[in-house]
Ligand binder design. Structure first.
Ligand code: AMP
Ligand code: MN
Ligand code: MN
Length: 334
């Protein structure tokens, strides 16, 4: 991990420090269907700014529902739905959102706020907002938030460190992914020194699911298809929120499926096509290294990182997978 370029971090710190010192209103949001990095970033920065004197409102785009794996994060109870945030705050902070579209109905605040600050680490981020701290080399957005908290001279306690550690562990696959660097471990060490219970955090994030999860896994892994000739090899399967419910699970339980499928050694790309209640599909892709799935996702209307990316499809399942196949094949030909 390289450090964030000094100038962009300094600009963001200045805006936030001034907002805090003057008791300004600050709205913070993560991306739609927030994950641990988005929520950890929002909650840690919101709490830091609150302690420094800002009038803080932490939110995320609808649906306003948190998965059980994240609802325990300290400060989560203080999150408010997007309908309850001031429409024109002094400052709007976007965290872990790779594009305005990922902010859903909150994207308008980028323009209506006095200043909009965009904190992100997606390679596909086109650059938006009036002050940008976008560092694709950062393994997680919480890494950038940690730097901002230091800049704001907010002391890290277990509440803040729990939020930061959750995002860091999630986006690095518990320090297994290629985005993990010496600085990532140094940050983790600093977080652990605050006294957080990292084992309990990881267990809640990654290793806790109702028994019905095993039933869902068997269905979804049982119908996985291996297509070794597509690109550098594709393994894919599908699932739906309705099916999750039949197994007694909330729809967000589909998110963890791709982490099982991506172990397939014969396929460089793993994909889970997740059927939503409205009939659309949300596609999650992971690469074992040879394929830039962010490029594939961008071509199909989404975004992400080289090794983890996604997009939405409004076609039927067959057409959705056919388009994915041809995009992966085109990637090999280029
Ligand atoms: P997921 O498969 O949902 O865990 O997402 C993997 C990565 O791709 C995350 O970094 C997401 O932020 C990003 N991503 C997923 N869906 C989209 C989308 N529709 N547009 C932009 N980025 C996305
Ligand atoms: Mn995220
Ligand atoms: Mn992230």
């Amino acid at each position: 991990m390289t450090a964030a370029p000094e100038a962009p971090a300094a600009a963001a710190i200045e805006v936030l420090a001034t907002a805090a010192a003057t008791g300004a209103t600050v709205v913070l949001s993560g991306h739609v269907q927030p994950d641990a990095d988005a929520l950890g970033s929002v909650l840690a920065l919101a709490e830091g700014l609150r302690r420094r004197g800002a009038q803080v409102c932490a939110t995320f785009p609808g649906p306003f529902r948190l998965p059980a794996s994240l609802s325990w994060l300290p400060g989560a109870a203080s999150l408010v739905p997007s309908t309850e945030v001031p429409a024109a705050p002094d400052v709007f902070v976007s965290l872990d959102a790779s594009s305005p579209g990922r902010l859903g109905e909150l994207a308008g605040l980028l323009d209506s706020a006095g200043t909009s600050v965009v904190i992100d680490h997606h390679a596909s981020n086109p650059g938006f907002g009036s002050v940008q701290l976008v560092v694709p080399d950062a393994p997680a957005t919480v890494v950038l938030v940690a730097e901002l908290l230091d800049g704001l001279e907010v002391e890290w306690d277990t509440q803040l460190a729990t939020c930061l550690y959750a995002g860091l562990a999630a986006d690095t696959g518990s320090f297994r992914f290629g985005n993990t660097a010496p600085g990532t471990h140094e940050l983790a060490a600093r977080l652990l020194r605050t006294g957080i219970d990292h084992a309990a955090i990881s267990q809640r994030l990654f290793d806790t699911a109702p028994f019905g999860w095993l039933r869902l896994l068997s269905l979804v892994t049982g119908r996985a298809e291996l297509e070794p000739d597509v690109g550098a090899g594709l393994v894919w399967t599908w699932a739906s929120t309705a099916e999750a419910r039949e197994c007694g699970l909330p729809g967000d339980q589909l998110e963890a499926l791709v982490d099982v499928v991506r172990a397939t050694e014969e396929a460089d790309v793993a994909c889970v096509v997740k059927g939503q209640d409205d009939g659309s599909w949300v596609v999650s892709m992971r690469s074992r290294g040879a394929t830039d799935v962010a490029g594939v996702a961008i071509a199909l209307g989404g975004g992400g990182h080289r090794a983890a990316a996604g997009y939405s499809s409004f076609a039927d399942l067959q057409t959705t997978v056919a388009r994915l196949r041809s995009e992966l094949a085109a990637g090999v030909e280029h």
